[in-house]
Design a protein around this ligand. Structure first.
Ligand code: ZN
Length: 156
């Protein structure tokens, strides 16, 4: 009986929503725009290509510089607010080298072994790039660019 009344309540809500849409179809415009933004941000960042940077790995000095600019802390952050507290030991290509990402400081992040192995060769979403650039503003040294550039030919 409880389930039947819940179903009835849900149908009333659905009916009210559909009535609202029929009477005010312009309400769909902001909803569609919000959905479009979500789809774009959740899609993989563009720029994948078959050509690869001739240099595969970061040098020890580049890795060390990436660890220091990250405050000697893994740069991974969960969906909400917790940033990993592990010490980074690996320099990760944000946009994977195997997909055309360049070996440059602007395409490197400092990760702990656990988060580097979890990320593996996955192409980051646009939202991942934007979030990383945004939160780097809070811990990168002053004057250090937080911009992530992975395409061949971009500035270092
Ligand atoms: Zn980590």
């Amino acid at each position: 009986m409880i389930e039947a009344s819940m179903l009835s309540g849900a149908l009333h809500v659905l009916e009210a929503v559909l009535d609202g849409i029929v009477q005010h179809p312009w309400l769909l415009v902001p909803v569609a725009a919000a959905l479009l933004v979500c789809v774009v941000l959740a899609s993989p960042a563009g720029g994948a290509c078959t050509s690869r940077d001739p240099r595969r790995g970061f040098s020890a000095a580049e890795r060390r510089a990436a660890f220091e600019r990250a405050g000697l802390r893994c740069e991974h952050k969960s969906i909400f607010w917790h940033r990993c507290t592990n010490t980074p030991t690996q320099g990760d290509h944000i946009f994977p080298w195997s997909r055309g990402g360049r070996t440059a400081m602007s395409n490197q992040q400092a990760l702990c072994p656990f988060h580097n192995s979890r990320k593996s060769g996955s192409v980051p979403t646009r939202m991942y790039i934007l979030r990383l650039q945004w939160r780097r503003r809070s811990y990168f040294p002053d004057g250090e660019s937080t911009r992530i550039q992975w395409r061949p030919g971009a500035a270092a």
